[in-house]
Design a protein around this ligand. Structure first.
Ligand SMILES: [Zn+2]
Ligand SMILES: [Zn+2]
Length: 286
């Protein structure tokens, strides 16, 4: 297998996900054998549910990330009209050393048990709440980026920590691109879990686990050959066309580093005649 454009995972360092969680990995054969969920003709929309207030910038980024996820999974997407946060009983106040003002956090249980299951749209393959408030799963936890119920295909994810305000920093063009990158990454990764992709232990990959924001920032915005093979098997897309679609989006959004990686990857695929003859990155579904 040609994997020259991918970085091997290597030995995990203290602090990194795989140093603390000894995951054994999921091969392509493991994936197929697990009978992962697949979209059907009538249930194929990735539905996002904003909850609570969004600024216009945050709303723009959510829209772009949703568009990105549509290309990544080759599926239609929809953003539902916003729903309000619960008025009481599901929040707590936290103080963080880097912020003058206290932060209100909301418990993930509200989204996962109250809000989402009842509202699951008939055409949705998954239904994910997105919020700009910080989250926690239970009292003993400091915070959580998100939580999902894979069997119910619902989840809730906070984008609060992707933006500079949360860290007491000012907005700049760089922080816009960082927030956009992070938002694209979280949808690619989390919807990937809904489709049964486990954490990648083979390469630095969009499906690699992450223990911190720094570690997710280091995670690339592409799938390694093994995870791509799983997703391609699930979705049956044309790998080259998908790469071209992602590249166009990334170029339009000025995410240059990621667009350049796809350029190189496509050049390599085209320069290897084996890829055309055998379609090694694009096996036909049987
Ligand atoms: Zn994960
Ligand atoms: Zn991978």
């Amino acid at each position: 297998m040609d994997d020259s454009d991918f970085e091997k995972m290597g030995k995990p360092k203290p602090g990194e996900w795989l140093y603390h969680f000894h995951e054994r990995g999921q091969s392509f054969d493991d994936y197929k054998a697990a009978h992962p969920p697949r979209p059907t003709a009538s249930r194929r929309v990735v539905v996002l549910q904003p909850v609570g207030p969004f600024s216009s910038l945050e709303r723009t980024i959510l829209g772009k990330a949703t568009e990105f996820a549509g290309i990544w999974f080759d599926l239609p997407t929809r953003i539902e009209p916003s729903l309000p946060l619960p008025e009481s009983g599901w929040d707590r106040i936290r103080r963080f050393s880097w912020l003058e003002q206290p932060v209100k956090q909301y418990k993930t249980g509200y989204f996962l048990t109250r809000l989402l299951p009842g509202g699951f749209p008939a055409d949705a393959v998954c239904y994910l709440a997105i919020t700009m408030v910080d989250l926690y799963p239970e009292e003993s936890w400091n915070f959580v980026f998100g939580q999902a119920s894979l069997s119910q295909r619902v989840g809730v994810y906070s984008m609060a920590r992707y933006f500079p305000q949360f860290w007491g920093q000012k907005e700049s063009p760089d922080t816009y691109y960082l927030a956009l990158r992070r938002s694209c990454k979280v949808l690619a990764h989390e919807v990937g879990h809904i489709f049964g992709l486990a954490h990648c232990v083979y390469y630095r990959c969009a499906m690699s686990g992450s223990n911190s924001l720094e570690e997710s920032d280091r995670r690339p915005l592409h799938l390694c050959p093994i995870c791509l093979k799983k997703l391609q098997w699930n979705r049956g897309f044309d790998t080259i066309k998908r790469y071209e679609g992602l590249r166009e989006f990334l170029k339009n959004q000025d995410l240059k580093e990621e667009a350049t990686w796809i350029d190189l990857r496509l050049k390599r695929l085209w320069s290897n005649p084996l890829n055309h003859r055998k379609g090694s990155e694009n096996p036909k579904r049987r």
